[in-house]
Design a protein around this ligand. Structure first.
Ligand SMILES: *[C@@H]1O[C@H](CO)[C@@H](O)[C@H](O)[C@H]1NC(C)=O
Ligand SMILES: *[C@@H]1O[C@H](CO)[C@@H](O)[C@H](O)[C@H]1NC(C)=O
Ligand SMILES: *[C@@H]1O[C@H](CO)[C@@H](O)[C@H](O)[C@H]1NC(C)=O
Ligand SMILES: *[C@@H]1O[C@H](CO)[C@@H](O)[C@H](O)[C@H]1NC(C)=O
Ligand SMILES: *[C@@H]1O[C@H](CO)[C@@H](O)[C@H](O)[C@H]1NC(C)=O
Ligand SMILES: *[C@@H]1O[C@H](CO)[C@@H](O)[C@H](O)[C@H]1NC(C)=O
Length: 427
């Protein structure tokens, strides 16, 4: 029927007939979509109207406006325009309850109506993250849930770990006209998760220019790991040395405990403990031994050890001008393997006894190389004398067949390779 009326209307318009009779009169309306809390304008138009009245009524069939006369007491509903051709009313602070089919009636005989559907979008609430009330312990399984309610249609919920998207398990429940959307993340946390930001983000058609999100920073408690940093690899007598204990743990293990050879640190003026650092202002041979740093938090205790071996200070200037060559310690005590390696590689004294066998070795290698070269020259010489002719023929053949210089080279190469195969065969 709409189509027929529309065709009639078009026909009349084209012919320029101004129709005053009831026959060509019909109301025109449009469906609308409004976000909750917004304003909906309901417009009903009649192209060729005599002074016949228009009326808007709501989904419950209650009359809202009859012409310019308000029929329902509702402060949110106001008249925007009432003319012979148009009746526009507005509904402000639209709620989900306003959704439905609105009717515009034109009081001709018989009454003609048009229906407009008002769709109301539910705005999702700011997402809430649950499951992270207290710090987690390393190895714990935790489930983070993100919930947003009030969306219509159902919102899209996504998880990000430090801004990188990760997949959660989504669940949608209808509650009345709106939806509650939940997304869960199940994690086994480790120390790498400490301080990581988990963001739950909600995207929705009612949030056109923006999105809602909530971020939670994960706190993970873990037992300490200890590392000792030292300021010198080959500590020498009289030198300054700083040992720095670097425990990693959450909560931060503080203070740390320094011990020497399983007992208390000796009370010496040149040995200073300050916070996590143990400083020797001037090393003495008597400082050698094993130093241990121990760190503890409520999840455990851990330690690291540093074997201090003190080398002799250089007594005479070294022949090497740039750096004094460290000598091996004269103590017979156990050596820290790291320090031992450093001592061996660091020895660059050209007069050192242990370098002599190297000279003999080099001499032997040179002799072998010279001998091998001589043999090769002899064999090659014999071969060339016997097969020189083959080479020349092969190369010439490739060049002759070729239509141009480039191809000649290609052909020549190919034949050369062939010749080499032959050479191997003859040897
Ligand atoms: C509704 O109509 C009023 C008056 O014409 C206008 O100011 C307002 O922008 C309209 N609102 C919408 C949502 O179209
Ligand atoms: C409509 O009513 C107005 C006054 O209310 C009058 O001036 C006008 O002539 C009427 N139009 C028609 C087509 O009856
Ligand atoms: C208006 O909305 C109703 C209900 O959703 C639908 O049946 C109808 O086709 C829509 N009309 C237009 C013109 O979009
Ligand atoms: C959805 O409904 C189920 C069953 O009633 C319930 O177990 C679940 O917790 C609900 N989920 C949300 C997100 O409300
Ligand atoms: C090392 O300590 C001993 C006794 O504590 C002292 O006699 C000696 O002079 C010290 N050596 C150096 C190089 O300071
Ligand atoms: C440290 O020096 C003392 C003597 O000063 C010696 O008895 C001990 O074996 C040394 N320990 C180490 C680990 O070098």
């Amino acid at each position: 029927m709409m189509v027929k009326q529309h065709m009639l209307f078009t026909l009349y318009s084209i012919c320029g007939i101004v129709l005053k009779g009831a026959q060509g009169q019909f109301p025109l309306v449009q469906n609308m979509t409004v976000t909750e809390g917004g304003i909906a304008n309901l417009t009903c138009r009649v192209e060729h109207n005599d002074n016949t009245s228009l009326q808007w009524s709501n989904p419950a069939q209650q009359t809202l406006f009859f012409g310019d006369k308000k029929a329902l007491r509702d402060n949110r509903i106001e008249l925007v325009r009432a003319t012979a051709q148009e009746l526009t009313i507005s509904i402000s602070e639209v709620t989900l309850g306003d959704e439905g089919l609105y009717t515009c009636s034109l009081f001709t005989m018989p009454v003609k109506t048009a229906k407009a559907f008002l769709t109301v979008l539910g705005v999702p609430k700011k997402p809430e993250i649950n499951g992270l009330t207290k710090p987690a312990k390393e190895g714990d399984h935790i489930t983070l849930t993100c919930v947003t309610s009030g969306s219509k249609p159902a919102a899209d919920v996504r998880w990000f770990r430090n801004e990188k998207e990760i997949k959660g398990a989504k669940e949608v429940n209808a509650s009345g006209k709106t939806f509650t959307v939940k997304s869960s993340l199940r994690l086994q946390v480790d120390r790498q998760d400490d301080g990581v930001a988990y963001t739950c983000r909600v995207d929705h058609v009612a949030l056109t220019t923006t999105h809602e999100d909530t971020t939670q920073v994960l706190e993970v408690h873990y037992a300490p790991i200890v590392n000792i940093k030292h300021s010198a690899t080959l500590p020498q007598e009289g030198q300054y040395l700083k040992l720095e204990c670097e425990p990693q743990g959450n909560p931060s293990p503080d203070p740390v405990l320094w011990t020497k050879d399983g007992g208390e640190l000796p009370d010496l003026d040149h040995m200073i403990v300050e916070g996590r650092e143990l400083t020797f202002t001037s090393l003495n041979k008597t400082d050698n031994g094993t130093y241990r740093c121990e760190a503890t938090n409520h999840l455990g205790t851990s330690h690291a050890e540093y074997k201090l071996v003190i080398y002799d200070a250089p007594t005479t200037p070294s022949p090497s001008t740039t750096s004094p060559a460290p000598t091996l310690p004269d103590t017979t005590g156990p050596l820290d393997s790291k320090n031992l390696n450093a001592a061996v590689t660091g020895n660059r004294d050209p007069n050192a006894q242990k370098n002599v066998p190297d000279h003999a070795l080099i001499g032997g290698v040179v002799a072998v190389v010279v001998f091998a070269t001589l043999c090769l020259i002899i064999v090659l010489g014999r071969y060339l004398a016997r097969h020189k002719g083959t080479y020349l023929t092969n190369e010439a053949k490739g060049a002759d067949d070729a239509p141009d210089a480039d191809t000649a080279i290609i052909n020549a190469d190919g034949n050369h390779a062939h010749a080499e195969e032959k050479k191997e065969y003859f040897i």
